[in-house]
Design a protein around this ligand. Structure first.
Ligand code: GDP
Ligand code: IMO
Ligand code: MG
Length: 424
C-alpha cells in the first residue's frame, strides 16, 4: 500500500503521529511540501520528537526518508534536526535523500519574512517567520533562486549569491530601511551546508520511481493543512505552497495514481495559528478549555493556537478537493469532561444555507455556523483499546462526525503517544 497523509484543517492536526504509525507498514516516507514552518510531533513512550523538515519516518531506524523537490529546505534547521536525532542514537546516514531541485531557504528569506510581517502591522498574516513565503516567491520568480543542486558547484553558487544579494539589499533598503546583508557571510555558511548535504542530494523523482518499480511501499507526508493551501485555502491567510494532497504529485514527481489511500487527519475540534477566518472559533472559556486540555501551543513557534468547535463543512471541503479516502480523528480525549459538544454542519451566508465551504474571504467573513449539539462524556478515555469500549456518547460523537464528513474514520486518537490510537 502507498499512503498520502494530509491535514484537513489549518495544520497541527497530528499528522506526525499518523505518519509515524503508518510508517511501520511502509518502506519510504516522503515530505513533499512546505518547510520549517511545519512542526510534526511524534511521541514514543516518554520521548517526544518535534520534526520540522525531516520526514516523521526519521524516528524509525529502518525507514528511508525523502525530502522532495516541493519542499523549501532550511539547511541550518536540518543540521539541528540531524544532530538532535543523533543525540537520541538515531542516524540518518544512508537513508536520507534530498531532492537536488528543492529550493534553499537562506537567512535573507527569514529576514524578508520578518520585515514584511512587521511592515504589515495589523494586516500581517501571522507567518512562522521561517522564510517560507520569500523562498517560494524566489522559486516562482526564478531569477534569484538557489536550489540544493547549487551546492555542487561553489564557484557558480558564489556568483549567484553576489547577484542575489545586490538585488535583496536594494529591496530591503527601499522597502524596510534595513541593514545590508553580506554575500560573503552567506557564502561561508553555504560552504558548510555543501559539505553536510552533498552526500544526501540526489534526483529523488528517479529514486522514488525506481522504488515503485521495486515494489517498495511509500508514505507521502503532507505539511500544514488543506485550508492553508495557497490555491484552495483561506487566501491570503494561507501558506505559500499547495498544502492539500493536491500538492503531492508536483512536490515529489510521483503521480497521484500511485497512491492507494489518501488519509486525511482532523482533530475532534478546530485550531488555527496566525490570522485569518475561523468560523467556529470560540474566543471564550470553551476555547481556553480546549487549549489547555489539548496543549494547543505551536510546535514550531510556541504561539497559543486559536481553538473552536469542529467544522465539518470545512473538513468535508478538504476531503472533496483532496480526494481523501479515509479519515483519522485525533484528540478525542481532549473533549472528555465537557458537558456538551457542538459540531458545525452547515453555514448560512446572507441567509442561505450551504454545506460547501467557500474559499473566499468576502463570503467567509459573513458565515454564520449551523451547529448540531451532542452530549459530552466525563470518563478518561486515554487508555481505551477498542471503539466499543469508549463511553456511549464518545462513540456517538465519532459516528456523527463520520456521517457529516462522509468518509470512514479508521483511527481515533486518545492521547499523544504512538500507542494511544484506536484502530477501527
Ligand atoms: P502536526 O503538525 O499535524 O504533526 O501536529 P502537531 O505535532 O503540530 O500538533 C499535534 C499535537 O497533538 C502534538 O502535540 C501531538 O503530540 C498531539 N497529539 C496527537 N494526537 C493526539 C491525541 O489523540 N490526543 C492528544 N491529547 N494529543 C495528541
Ligand atoms: P504543520 O505542518 C499550523 C500557518 C502560520 C500562518 C500561515 C502562513 O505543523 O501542520 P508561513 O510561515 O507558512 O508563511 O505562515 O500558515 N502555518 C501553520 N499553522 N501548522 C503548520 O504546519 C503551519 N505552517 C504554517 O501560522 O498562519
Ligand atoms: Mg504542527
Amino acid at each position: 500500500m502507498n499512503y498520502c497523509v494530509t491535514g484537513l484543517q489549518w495544520g497541527d492536526e497530528g499528522k506526525g503521529k499518523v505518519v509515524d504509525i503508518l510508517a511501520e507498514k511502509t518502506d519510504i516516507v516522503v515530505r513533499y511540501s512546505g518547510g520549517a514552518n511545519a512542526g510534526h510531533t511524534v511521541v514514543i513512550g516518554d520521548t517526544r520528537f518535534a520534526l520540522h523538515l525531516l520526514p516523521s519516518g526519521s524516528v524509525r531506524a529502518d525507514t528511508i526518508c525523502v525530502v522532495g523537490n516541493g519542499v523549501v529546505l532550511d539547511p541550518a534547521g536540518v543540521i539541528v534536526e540531524i544532530e538532535t536525532l543523533k543525540e537520541k542514537d538515531i542516524s540518518l546516514d544512508g537513508r536520507l535523500f534530498i531532492s537536488e531541485n528543492a529550493h534553499v531557504v537562506l537567512d535573507y528569506h527569514k529576514d524578508e519574512d520578518r520585515l514584511r510581517e512587521e511592515s504589515l502591522g495589523k494586516n500581517k498574516i501571522g507567518t512562522t517567520n521561517r522564510g517560507i513565503g520569500p523562498c517560494y516567491s524566489d522559486k516562482i520568480g526564478r531569477s534569484y533562486a538557489i536550489r540544493m543542486a547549487d551546492f555542487a558547484d561553489l564557484d557558480r553558487l558564489k556568483e549567484k549569491l553576489n547577484k542575489i544579494v545586490v538585488y535583496k539589499n536594494k529591496l530591503f533598503a527601499a522597502l524596510y530601511k534595513a541593514e545590508p546583508i553580506s554575500a560573503d557571510e552567506i557564502f561561508e555558511k553555504c560552504k558548510k551546508y555543501a559539505e553536510v548535504f552533498l552526500p544526501f542530494i540526489t534526483d529523488t523523482s528517479e529514486y522514488l520511481h525506481n522504488a515503485i518499480n521495486a515494489d517498495k511501499s511509500l508514505l507521502f507526508e503532507g505539511a500544514q493543512g488543506a485550508l492553508l493551501d495557497l490555491d484552495h485555502g483561506t487566501f491570503p491567510f494561507v501558506t505559500s505552497s499547495n498544502a492539500s494532497s493536491l500538492g503531492m504529485p508536483a512536490g515529489c514527481g510521483v503521480p497521484a495514481k500511485f497512491v492507494d489511500e489518501f488519509v486525511g487527519v482532523i482533530k475532534a475540534y478546530s485550531t488555527r495559528v496566525g490570522a485569518g477566518p475561523f468560523p467556529t472559533e470560540q474566543n471564550n472559556e470553551i476555547g481556553d478549555t480546549i487549549r489547555e486540555k489539548g496543549h494547543e501551543y505551536g510546535t514550531t513557534t510556541g504561539r497559543p493556537r486559536r481553538c473552536g468547535w469542529l467544522d465539518t463543512v470545512a473538513s468535508a471541503y478538504s476531503i472533496t478537493i483532496g480526494g481523501i479516502d479515509s479519515v483519522v480523528l485525533l484528540h478525542l480525549d481532549t473533549l472528555s469532561g465537557m458537558d456538551e459538544l457542538k459540531v458545525c454542519k452547515a453555514y448560512k451566508i446572507d441567509g442561505k444555507e450551504t454545506t460547501f465551504f467557500p474559499a473566499n474571504e468576502a463570503k467567509l467573513s459573513k458565515v454564520e455556523c449551523v451547529y448540531d449539539t451532542l452530549a459530552g462524556w466525563d470518563e478518561d478515555i486515554s487508555a481505551v483499546e477498542k471503539f466499543q469500549d469508549l463511553p456511549a456518547n464518545a462513540q456517538k460523537y465519532v459516528e456523527a462526525v463520520e456521517k457529516l464528513v462522509g468518509k470512514p474514520i479508521k483511527m481515533i486518537g486518545i492521547g499523544p503517544k504512538r500507542s494511544q490510537m484506536i484502530i477501527r
